[in-house]
Design a protein around this ligand. Structure first.
Ligand SMILES: NC(=O)c1ccc[n+]([C@@H]2O[C@H](COP(=O)([O-])OP(=O)(O)OC[C@H]3O[C@@H](n4cnc5c(N)ncnc54)[C@H](O)[C@@H]3O)[C@@H](O)[C@H]2O)c1
Length: 274
């Protein structure tokens, strides 16, 4: 299908995981892509971020679909750097229609034991980084006379989950940001929706520190050791969904099939919030 022919989509955190999947699936429907990722570690996060090679692989996959892609290493915490990267992409590709504010970090710890830096990095990236993405994107969407914005929250954005207070606070913030932007930008024809995935099969959950939280009695827990604990979050018998499951919702919201959907908070959660 070519539901997004002639459109340009901006995807943050596009180096791997859901962001790469969104970039590739948006391209498969005809969109050209502006892709950014931090491409270096975040010191308070105890698993690696995407690398430059990961981002280059996203570029390869999009180009293999005969779509254009502009990629840059950029940090959503850096408003000027992020704006510069997006502006360059828009100048090259001719406009902006779709924004996937997807970049984010995880991490675990009891609320009272989180370091101030760990708290701040999650708020700065997962909440303020999305605000920066919106600030950078708005002039281009406004120029185009409309668009579709998709903010990636989480089930932790609509319910409390122990051991991720910082993450839950930031993701709850996105629900409020998304609803407010839907109201402020509606008259410009810009739709803003927030998606709420359950656990997704990416490095954000598949890392040793997270595994240790779910299997504290095993020294080196594996994917198999934690699958049951993760499945207990969901109504459907699945431990984690695939990035493509989230991309299908992103494609729907990005397309005219969702032309009268805005301000919504949409689960793709295997029943986790039921
Ligand atoms: N994996 C899950 O279980 C899950 C569930 C619900 C929501 N989410 C959310 O989905 C989004 C995508 O995560 P994912 O699951 O693909 O994990 P991931 O770790 O594979 O991908 C996140 C990407 O964001 C990038 N990134 C991190 N900090 C950045 C920054 N400051 N600037 C630019 N890029 C940055 C990383 O390098 C990485 O490529 C995140 O917002 C995450 O919070 C994840």
């Amino acid at each position: 299908m070519n539901r997004l022919q002639g459109k340009v989509a901006f995807v943050t955190g596009a180096g791997r995981g859901q962001g790469r999947s969104h970039a590739v699936h948006l391209a498969s429907e005809g969109a050209d892509i502006i892709a950014i990722d931090i491409c270096k570690p975040v010191s308070s996060v105890d698993y690696p971020m995407a690398s430059r090679e990961d981002l280059a692989e996203t570029v390869r996959l999009v180009e293999a679909l005969n779509r254009r892609i502009v990629s840059r290493a950029a940090d959503v915490r850096d408003l000027d750097g992020l704006t510069g990267a997006l502006d360059e992409g828009v100048a090259e590709l001719g406009g902006l229609d779709i924004v996937c504010a997807n970049a984010g970090i995880g991490g675990c710890g009891r609320a009272a034991e989180l370091s101030a830096q760990t708290w701040q990095d999650v708020i700065d990236i997962n909440l303020t980084g999305v605000f920066h993405t919106m600030k950078a994107a708005y002039p281009h969407l406004n120029n185009r006379g409309g668009g579709s914005v998709i903010l990636t929250s989480s089930v932790a954005g609509v319910k409390g989950i122990q051991n991720i207070a910082h993450y839950s606070a930031a993701k709850h913030g996105l629900v409020g940001l998304g609803k407010t932007l839907a109201l402020e930008w509606g008259e410009r024809g810009i739709r803003v929706n927030t998606i709420v995935p359950t656990t997704v099969d990416t490095p954000l959950i598949h890392n040793l520190p997270t595994y240790r939280l779910f299997a504290p009695n095993i020294a080196e827990p594996t994917r198999e050791d934690v699958a049951g604990a993760f499945a207990s979050f969901n109504a459907l018998p699945v431990s984690w969904i695939d990035p493509v499951d989230v991309s299908r919702l992103v494609l729907f919201l990005a397309s005219d099939d969702a032309r009268y959907i805005t301000g919504a908070t949409m689960p793709i959660d295997a029943g986790a919030t039921a």
